[in-house]
Ligand binder design. Structure first.
Ligand code: FAD
Ligand code: SIN
Length: 524
């Protein structure tokens, strides 16, 4: 079972699709998505995409906000490159058919979010991601050189390791020759040979019990590259979005965009105090790490399971027109946001670290690129500025496409790759073993590796995870592959990376906050 393609793209979100559209003029592209092609984090993006558009905003301000939110850990050159490139990438989105909201005079209507010193977020109401996903997917479906392989699961990337050659992380000559891709319906595994591979598998919110991410975000790309001995970094920085709708039992949790706070909504505690003013002079619009930590603290102090987001003082018609998705969703659970406050709670939202890439999106493995949430580019530092991630995906997918095309002559097919070996495995009938392990893992991560951490909690998480790891590896070795067992294994791999990197960081920085190394402690 073999397929051959010039460009293999793993992932059908903004990173994968925008890359595919750019390289498709120069060769055959296969895009693999583990669910339906439109089931991505991209699709659920609400706030929008940050880009400097009109004065008084300027590039310097966007650069300073990005570096500030990142707690001074961003790569300055990468920040500058990304922010200067933003307007060109936004123009391309418009060319692909994305409709950003405009004011009556034709200027783009810009939103504001936490950590931004100016209004600079282009958006389509409160469903920007849906608009982008549809536009890109339509363009991809019309392209004769692109084949979409939906409901297929990438298991591992192919390197020399599969030819029996030992590879180590220290080695600089690992090369990617494609990927093994499972059809979960038939349990057959394709050997997909490619000249260049783009890893665009998104984030890993499902490591936690409560996340804004769709079910597909289980960190598969990072796990695949780490297993292939590629470089992975900054996994300790997991971003919790401060305001997910508190609606017990709902998974994934529904996001209440930060743009609503940018529009004037205010966070209140159970005494109805606008508590954020005590934590940061920017109040409800402070960067996310600060707001999420403050909410976490308010909840612990009050013993309540949420705080409130108050938009009742805002103009009713404007709110309904600007945030129709949120209005409708809240109405569906009998909350009229024009009259009642919204119960909100932080939830796992974004993976800042990931596969280490350079400014071209090139990983430490030859012929393997990474873009989007799976990549660690240096843009976000220790905490991502709101609405910088759709932008990052576009910039790095563009840069990768330029680099891949410049080097196309040097990337050749490798044809002597063996097919996947599943000898000695049997179909695992006991799905309960997998689902229960996923729940245990999510509980460990949520209890011990959340918004506030400590050495003791991290050590406890590591001990628990070691048991899960042993059980999962033993199950994996015996099982005919399914996406469920692969996801569990990937999530265990990722949890290890998060915990180990968190244990190595002997400071509080951005999203990694440890009570053993307190910094700027503004906790009551
Ligand atoms: P995704 O869009 O998540 O796509 C991942 C793709 O990889 C999917 O097609 C999936 O099927 C595929 N995949 C994964 N694993 C495998 C595998 N093993 N085999 C095959 N395929 C696989 N950012 C902003 O900048 N602005 C916002 O307003 C914003 N709002 C957000 C709101 C929500 C609710 C969420 C969850 C995120 C938001 N973000 C926002 C973050 C942003 O949406 C994501 O970081 C970005 O969309 C990631 O895009 P991506 O292409 O990297 O991955
Ligand atoms: C939001 O709309 O609040 C999410 C924006 C983001 O994650 O960048």
């Amino acid at each position: 079972m073999r397929k051959k393609t010039d460009f293999l793209v793993l992932g059908s979100g903004i990173a994968g699709l925008s890359f595919a559209l750019k390289v498709a003029e120069h060769g055959k592209v296969i895009i693999v998505a583990k669910g339906n092609a439109d089931e991505t984090a991209t699709r659920y993006a609400q706030g929008g995409i940050a880009s400097v558009t009109y004065p008084p905003d300027n590039f310097e301000k966007h650069i300073a906000d990005t570096i500030g939110a990142g707690d001074d850990m961003s790569d300055d050159e990468i920040v500058k490159m990304t922010i200067y490139e933003a307007p060109q990438r936004v123009k391309e989105l418009v060319k692909w058919g994305v409709r950003f909201d405009q004011e009556p005079g034709g200027r783009f209507d810009l939103g504001k979010e936490g950590g931004h010193s100016e209004k600079r977020v282009l958006h389509h109401k409160d469903s920007t991601g849906f608009e982008i996903q549809q536009a890109l997917l339509n363009a991809v479906k019309m392209h004769p050189n692109i084949q979409l392989l939906e409901n297929h699961f990438a298991v591992d990337i192919i390197t020399q390791h599969h030819l029996g050659i030992k590879v180590t992380r220290a080695k600089k000559d690992i090369t990617c020759f494609g990927a093994y891709v499972l059809n979960p319906q038939t349990h057959k595994i394709y050997t997909v040979l490619s000249r260049n591979t783009m890893m665009a598998t998104g984030g890993a919110g499902n490591l936690y019990s409560s996340t804004t991410n769709p079910l597909i975000n289980t960190g598969d790309g990072v796990a695949m590259v780490y297993r292939a001995k590629g470089m992975v970094e900054k996994m300790e920085f997991i971003q919790f979005h401060p305001t997910a709708l508190y609606n017990p039992g709902e998974t994934p949790v529904f996001l209440i965009t930060e743009a609503l706070r940018g529009y004037g909504a205010i966070l209140r505690n159970h005494h109805l105090e606008a508590f954020m003013d005590e934590y940061d002079q920017r109040g409800s619009l402070a960067p996310r790490d600060i707001v999420a930590r403050a909410i976490d603290n308010e909840m612990k102090v009050s013993g309540k399971s949420h705080v409130w987001l108050d938009s009742t003082h805002l103009n009713k018609n404007e709110i309904i027109n600007r945030f129709p998705g949120i209005y409708t969703k809240c109405m569906s659970i009998n909350i009229d946001i024009t009259k009642e406050m919204i119960p909100v709670v932080p939830a796992a939202h974004y993976m800042v670290g990931g596969i280490k890439v350079d400014k071209h999106g090139q990983t430490s493995i030859h012929n393997l690129y990474a873009s989007g949430e799976v990549a660690s580019t240096g843009l976000h530092g220790a905490n991502r500025l709101a609405s910088n991630s759709l932008l990052e995906s576009l910039v790095f997918s563009h840069n990768a496409s330029v680099n891949v095309l410049e080097n196309l002559r040097n990337s050749k097919f490798k044809t002597d790759i063996p097919d996947w070996d599943d000898e000695g495995t049997t179909l695992n009938e006991e799905m309960i073993l997998i689902t229960q392990s996923v729940k245990e893992l999510q509980s460990i991560m949520s209890s011990y590796v959340g918004i506030v951490r400590s050495n003791l909690r991290l050590k406890r998480a590591l001990d628990r995870l070691e048991i899960l790891n042993r059980e999962t590896e033993s199950l994996y070795e015996k099982s005919i592959l399914s996406s469920e067992i692969c996801e569990l294994r990937n999530m265990v791999n990722l949890a290890f990376l998060v915990i180990k990197m968190a244990m190595q960081r002997k400071e509080s920085r951005g999203l990694h906050y440890s009570i053993d190394y307190p910094k700027n402690l503004k906790i009551k």
